[in-house]
Ligand binder design. Structure first.
Ligand SMILES: [Zn+2]
Length: 146
C-alpha cells in the first residue's frame, strides 16, 4: 500500500497520528475532521495515498462515495439526528483542497442551521470528539439492523 511519510492522513492510517475513528476496513477509513464545520463532520479516505482524483482508481473513488453515503444516512439515524448532509470533495488547491490526500467530506446539517453552518465554516472548532464518533458508530450499527 502506498503511503507518504509526511502526509497527516497517512499518519492517521498508520496510527501515528490520533483521530476519532468512525469506520475502518482494509481499504477505507472514516474519521472526524479535527476542525469540524458542524458536529459530526466526517472525512472518508482511501488508505493508500492518492493526492488528487487523478491519482485515485475509479473503483476506489466509488467505494469512498458509497461509504460517505452510508455515513450520511447513519448521521440521520444517530442521536445527532441530522436532517441532511453535504457530501463534498475538493479536488486540488484551486478547489480548496487543503490536505494533499484526497478526502470526501460528510457534513451533517439540520433544518435552520444556516447561521451555525457559516459560523462553523469560519471557526472550524471541535470538541466532544470521542462522544461524537461513538454516536456515529451507533448510527452505522442501527443501519445494519432490520
Ligand atoms: Zn496520504
Amino acid at each position: 500500500m502506498r503511503r507518504v511519510s509526511n502526509c497527516i492522513f497517512c499518519a492517521i492510517v498508520r496510527g501515528d497520528a490520533a483521530a476519532a475513528r468512525v469506520y475502518e476496513d482494509d481499504d477505507l477509513l472514516a474519521f472526524l475532521d479535527i476542525r469540524p464545520v458542524t458536529r459530526g463532520h466526517t472525512l472518508v479516505i482511501a488508505k493508500p495515498h492518492a493526492e488528487r482524483l487523478d491519482d485515485l482508481a475509479a473503483d476506489v473513488g466509488s467505494r469512498m462515495f458509497a461509504l460517505g453515503h452510508r455515513i450520511a444516512l447513519a448521521l440521520g439515524r444517530s442521536d445527532l439526528a441530522a436532517d441532511g448532509s453535504n457530501l463534498v470533495l475538493n479536488d486540488g488547491p484551486a478547489a480548496f483542497q487543503t490536505v494533499p490526500h484526497i478526502h470526501l467530506h460528510v457534513i451533517p446539517r439540520h433544518h435552520g442551521d444556516r447561521l451555525r453552518f457559516v459560523k462553523g465554516l469560519l471557526l472550524r472548532r471541535g470538541g466532544e470528539t470521542d462522544t461524537t464518533a461513538a454516536l456515529i458508530r451507533d448510527g452505522l450499527t442501527r443501519m445494519e439492523q432490520p
